[in-house]
Design a protein around this ligand. Structure first.
Ligand code: NBY
Length: 839
């Protein structure tokens, strides 16, 4: 149905296609069309969710053109491709991000307004794919955004968990977990590709056989086979035509029905196999920072890695590339050790399935992989018992033994027979039972090993991976993490985005170093005024969210002091709470005290099996209950725990922060990325010399950062000389009062047993040294309060923080990966219309 005058208004040109056009009238027409033809609804019957789906399909149509073009060009050019292997991709909602990257946010907003709909409400309808735990999974998502924006051919490979990270409810102050049924209403962003399904083997045994040339090869006779079905999601870059692919694998039974069993009348037996196979990708393990030696977890890891590598081999065969060029076609990055079994699997595929010899196969393998380490915590280092490993992956264990034997020969050659060193380097841990050490497999099988912040990489080389560093120092490098300014500034903080763009243009969105140019306005009263106004509006927004979700009313003019991240002892949310109790006591002792009013906001999930972390959540809520209802305290102090922290809920938070809490024990937080999101949005940081805090402080200037606490060296030295946490408690009256109140039941309706485990831990062991850092932290917070009263100084510091965060864009990080590790070049994509110049 042609409406010529409307089309004329859209573009000033002849014709806009309903599936690609981006004029307001075209968008409205396409949207109503999708509502009718995809959702089967007309406006009078449509729900908000129907409208969300119609809009999602309207946006997807506009992605598909770029996606198909991108695939065509990569195929045609046989482009070198990054394969990012990650057990987690914490993507967050797609719709808003795609509107930003397509550059059609404003048109769509107008189109919805004209249809009497509210874009914000529709955006809120999206169920986010929470296919990750925290920083590691979210980093993978930021990297996919930057890879597409930098026009780097990329495949993200992972698992299509049917249930992502649990939803968190707070009941009586405790965390309660609820399953995340994110696929319940369908997922408009993915396309299943059953035609590219692959088989993955498990268990059984191996046997030798002679091949056609009469040479011995190994055959793996598995106990079971599972099908991997790929589901593809387009990942569009910012204002480019590149749309890469996130390919997530779902496990299915090879046949939906075992017909033999069915015919024997065993209906339940027949569906049984289907049920067990599909269990494989049912749920994401909700642990961060501690691995669990669960069989299903190892099955998940091997499953997606095997699917990914088989998929890459299929792509090579289709492009008629010889397998000897595998490492030239693909740069494969291992996001932590979760996909490290890829080293043995690529060897198996090359040796057993493609009959390559060991030496060339090993050379290809080592040239293919890079390994990113994300933690120094010993409890997080993955190791699998030989018993489990051999029962599930018998052939891989043989290959790992061979890799190990050859590797340890080289070690002996270089260092002589130093049994201690050999034991420490071995891929097999024989100290206390026998285990395969996945980090060792990743190190030996990769050509580059990187940490995620300067301090972390240095500590890796000096401690956790010291022996490997001494053996092949040239493999080690650092790539400091970054986050994407598209989601974390442009989408999350549109008002700040407009202010910055009105001053310096919009080039900073692609080149965040450019944001430095707002420094000249740091002391400009007019600019400061606008900066403050925007922060205030963002705080009012969060105040409304807090009232809605928790019933707590907070004052938007108070200092918003925020700690949002997974709950973990090393991240020390309980140190923050000790500060809250201290402020509370100060006001109670001096009811007329003129202090800087504060709102302390917490959010984050605890691993369901991590008892102390759950107790910390209970403590935060218990303190909040006492503080918030105390009339002596009034508006001077509020404590709020916002439930169900996830990507969607976090987006309004960063722009509303005055103060960002980054208070981990020095040496424990590998990098942190929330610290970057806060500072980019003009929050000042109170932090220790840990992870990327150090680099953030260097970038923004020591005078614009609130530093406190022990250094990594101090922590080590104190531990060595004998750390006695109870002495700090006994010698510090404020600290003693706070701890005694927790112990006495002051915050738990008189219950003295509730927080006893936490109190005992702090006084007897205090593994994360809260007692030692308490007073320096309190003193530093006092400085924060003082500074906040000097409005102009605070605003200047805030502006300088944003201005100097250029380095922490994931674009910079990805450029470094491309140059140092992957050796890949951009492959620009043109749309057919652009090439012929006709529209
Ligand atoms: O990776 C985080 C680090 O703690 C943080 O400092 C860093 O900024 C971020 C990105 O480099 N690590 C992290 O998020 N780890 C996990 O989520 C995780 C998940 C699963 C398991 C271990 C760690 N696991 O063993 O199952």
């Amino acid at each position: 149905i042609q409406e010529p005058q409307l089309q004329g208004q859209d573009t000033g040109m002849q014709c806009e296609d309903d599936r690609t056009g981006i004029g307001v009238e075209t968008l409205k027409r396409a949207f109503l069309d999708n509502l009718f033809y995809v959702q089967g609804k007309f406006p009078a019957l449509a729900t908000k969710h129907d409208y969300y789906m119609a809009l999602a399909y309207t946006v997807r149509d506009r992605l598909l053109q770029r996606w198909v073009n991108t695939a065509a060009i990569y195929t045609q050019e046989g482009s070198r491709t990054v394969a990012y292997l990650s057990a987690e991709f914490l993507m967050g909602p797609h719709l808003g991000n795609n509107l930003i990257n397509l550059g059609i946010y404003n048109q769509v907003q107008q189109a919805m307004t004209e249809l009497k709909l509210d874009l914000k409400e529709l955006l809120a309808k999206e169920e986010e794919p929470g296919l990750g735990n925290g920083g590691l999974g979210r980093l993978a998502a930021c990297y996919l955004d930057s890879l597409a924006s930098l026009e780097i051919p990329t495949l993200g490979y992972g698992i299509r968990y049917e249930f992502g990270i649990f939803d968190q409810l707070i009941r009586n102050g405790w965390q309660v977990e609820k399953t995340d049924k994110w696929l319940r209403y369908g997922n408009p962003w993915e396309i299943a590709r059953p035609e590219w399904a692959v088989s993955v083997k498990f268990g059984g045994r191996t046997e030798a056989h002679k091949n056609a040339q009469g040479r011995y090869r190994v055959r793996w006779i598995p106990h079971k086979v599972v099908l991997g079905i790929p589901y593809d999601t387009p990942i569009l870059g910012y204002k480019v035509n590149t749309a890469n692919t996130l390919r997530l694998w779902k496990a299915e039974a090879p046949e939906s029905f075992d017909f033999e069993a069915f015919n024997r009348g065993n209906y339940y037996g027949a569906v049984d196999q289907k049920v067990t196979s599909e269990n494989l990708t049912k749920v994401l393990y909700p642990n961060d920072e501690t691995y669990e030696g669960k069989q299903l977890r190892l099955e998940q890891q091997y499953f997606f890695v095997s699917c990914a590598l088989q998929d890459m081999l299929r792509i090579m065969l289709r492009q008629k590339l010889p397998l000897e060029q595998f490492h030239e076609k693909f740069a494969v990055q291992l996001n932590d050790t979760h996909p490290a079994i890829a080293v043995a699997e690529l060897m198996r595929l090359l040796l057993d399935e493609h009959e390559m010899d060991w030496e060339p196969a090993w050379e290809i393998t080592q040239k293919t992989f890079g390994y990113t380490n994300h933690t120094l915590l010993p409890e997080a280092l993955e190791k699998w018992s030989l018993k489990l490993f051999s029962s599930l992956l018998p052939r891989h264990l043989e290959i790992i033994y061979e890799i190990n034997w050859r590797f340890l020969e080289q070690v002996r050659h270089k260092f002589g027979t130093d049994e201690g060193r050999i034991g420490r380097l071995s891929l097999i841990d024989e100290n206390d039972g026998k285990f395969v050490r996945m980090a060792h497999l990743a190190c030996v099988g990769s050509h580059k090993i990187n940490g995620v912040a300067a301090l972390h990489s240095e500590l890796l080389q000096k401690t956790t991976l010291l022996d490997f560093y001494e053996f092949f120092p040239e493999k080690f490098t650092n790539i400091t993490n970054g986050v994407t300014p598209r989601r974390w500034i442009v989408l999350s903080n549109p008002k700040l985005t407009n202010l910055i763009t009105s001053c310096i243009g919009d080039n900073w969105i692609k080149h965040l170093e450019d944001v430095q140019r707002i420094e000249t306005y740091a002391e400009d009263p007019g600019f400061q005024q606008e900066w403050q106004q925007i922060k205030r509006e963002n705080k009012v927004n969060v105040a409304e969210i807090l009232l809605d979700r928790t019933g707590v009313k907070v004052d938007p003019d108070s200092l918003f002091d925020i700690q949002v991240k997974r709950i973990h002892q090393y991240k020390r949310q309980h140190l923050n709470i000790l500060h809250a109790i201290t402020l509370y006591n100060q006001i109670k002792q001096n009811p007329n005290l003129d202090i800087t009013p504060r709102t302390l906001i917490f959010a984050g999930k605890a691993a369901p099996g991590y008892y102390i972390a759950k107790l910390i959540i209970k403590l935060i809520n218990s303190v909040a209950e006492v503080v918030n209802k105390d009339r002596d305290i009034g508006d001077r102090l509020k404590v709020v725990f916002l439930p169900d922290y996830n990507v969607k809920n976090s987006q309004p938070i960063y722009p509303a922060a005055d103060l960002s809490e980054q208070i981990s024990t020095a040496g424990k937080e590998a990098s942190g990325t929330g610290n970057m999101k806060f500072a980019m949005n003009g929050a000042l940081t109170i932090g220790t010399l840990d992870g990327a805090n150090i680099e953030i402080r260097n970038a923004v200037g020591a005078e614009n950062f609130f530093l406190f606490g022990l250094t990594t060296e101090d922590v080590g030295a104190l531990r060595l000389t004998g750390y006695r946490p109870r002495e700090y408690y006994e010698q510090n009256p404020q600290l003693k009062q706070a701890i005694d109140q927790i112990a006495s039941g002051y915050f738990s309706h008189g219950d003295r047993s509730l927080f006893k485990p936490l109190v005992d831990l702090l006084l007897d062991k205090d593994p994360f040294m809260l007692m030692a850092d308490y007073q320096p932290y309190i003193d530093c917070q006092q400085q924060v309060s003082q500074t906040y009263r000097d409005r102009d100084r605070w605003l200047q510091m805030s502006i300088l923080n944003t201005a100097r965060m250029g380095k922490f864009s994931s674009d910079r990080a990805i450029r470094e990966y491309c140059q140092q590790i992957w050796k890949v070049q951009p492959v620009p994509v043109q749309l057919a219309a652009e090439k012929t110049g006709d529209g």
